[in-house]
Design a protein around this ligand. Structure first.
Ligand SMILES: Cc1ncc(C[n+]2csc(CCOP(=O)(O)OP(=O)(O)O)c2C)c(N)n1
Ligand SMILES: [Mg+2]
Length: 363
């Protein structure tokens, strides 16, 4: 027997859990203004997430998918992308979306059950949230194919969870991207859980990044709680894609510190010790520690940031709560250019119920 092929998976981390910067770090690690910009957004996302869960608990928001613990991955990806690139998210990548211009109020409007929240004022060509697991892989690969055919120097960035990598669409997406050498980056957010399924039961692979090898494309692991490493690795993959050298799969190692969604109670299946241990590695603390150690951040700035986040969130909540309700017709719009017979029938039924409901409330 002879060895016909060998592969390896590299792992990247610059900022460790104690807030120490490993050398040699990329130039972006020394750009304090940029680090602070990312820290500010990570803090906003954290505060927003808490508020969104509270709104759901008090009956003012529908089921919501928290992003607690994912802030560095999400903000790092956003910061590495160009505005003209296209994002295909799953359902909790708010940090990337906010970096790209999606509004806090749009996020609330969607998770409050109103599809108009997906009609982002900016960025117009990003995809809406994708609830059917892994189907966004095909959108991401398809968009990258369109960019290639048109000769546009743009890339698609597609998110997927650890659980999502067990789906057929994951392999179909990376296979097409590899075969056609597409300008696509796939970010696998390995937060160790797919609802109640731990990563150990999900797959026998040592890393999720190595799944890329089957598609003939590079796979790399990154510390998903280190915003510097995430931004660096994603930026390198995007540069590569823009140079025409094809796609990359990036596995970001992080942890879902929250329940799966507000409809879940993770304490029923997840050991408390594991969660406590994961809090020691969480992404905001290490960046704040680093900024403080280097004299770039102090208590006054932290207090001001907290007040600023609270103000922005309060304004977004006001906007969300005062938004006029959509008509029942709205959910049937933008599905097909020409609605199907079934949809038209359902629209009629919905109109009937809406009228009955409206009449009940008449004085
Ligand atoms: C095709 C499909 N199957 C099942 C579900 C139900 N479901 C919703 S989230 C989820 C787990 C996803 O886990 P993962 O991909 O790790 O993403 P995470 O929620 O951890 O970010 C499942 C099975 C779904 N939405 N779509
Ligand atoms: Mg997961």
């Amino acid at each position: 027997m002879t060895t016909v092929a060998q592969f390896e998976i590299k792992y990247c981390q610059y900022l460790d859990a104690q807030g120490n910067l490993r050398e040699p770090a990329p130039a972006l690690a020394r750009d304090t203004a940029d680090l602070i910009k990312m820290y500010r957004l990570m803090s906003l996302v954290r505060a927003f997430d808490t508020k969104a869960v509270n709104l759901q608990r008090t009956g003012k928001l529908g089921t919501y998918a928290s992003c607690l613990g994912h802030e560095a991955t999400h903000v790092g990806v956003g910061a590495a992308m160009r505005q003209e690139d296209v994002l295909a998210p799953v359902y909790r990548e708010f940090g990337t979306q906010l970096w790209r211009g999606v509004k806090l109020s749009e996020i609330l409007i969607y998770w409050g059950g109103d599809e108009r929240g997906c009609d982002f004022s900016v960025p117009r060509q990003d995809f809406p949230w994708c609830i059917p697991i892994a189907s966004q892989m095909l959108h991401g690969a398809g968009v990258a194919m369109a960019f290639k055919i048109r000769g546009e120097p743009r890339c698609s960035v597609t998110y997927i969870g650890d659980g999502g990598t067990s789906e057929g669409a994951f392999y179909e997406g990376i296979n097409l991207a590899g075969a056609r050498c597409l300008p696509a980056v796939f970010v696998v957010v390995n937060n160790r859980w797919a609802i109640s399924v731990p990563i150990e039961s999900q797959t026998a692979t040592r890393t999720l990044a190595q799944k890329a090898i089957a598609a003939g494309i590079p796979g790399v692991q990154v510390d998903g709680n280190d915003v510097i490493a995430v931004r660096h690795v994603v930026a390198e993959a995007l540069d590569r894609a823009r140079r025409g050298e094809g796609p990359t799969v990036i596995e970001a190692l992080t942890y879902r510190l929250s329940d799966h969604t507000t409809a879940d109670d993770a304490s029923r299946y997840r050991p408390a010790g594991e969660v406590q241990e994961a809090w020691q590695r969480e992404p905001l603390l290490r960046l704040r520690t680093y900024l403080r150690k280097t004299g770039s951040w102090d208590d006054r700035q932290e207090d001001e940031l907290k007040s600023d986040c609270a103000r922005q969130i309060e304004a977004a909540v006001d906007q969300y709560l005062s938004a006029p309700k959509p008509s029942t017709d709205a959910m049937f719009e933008h599905v097909f250019a020409h609605p199907t017979k079934n949809l038209l029938q359902q629209r009629e039924t919905a109109r009937r119920y809406a009228n009955q409901h409206a009449n009940k409330h008449e004085p």
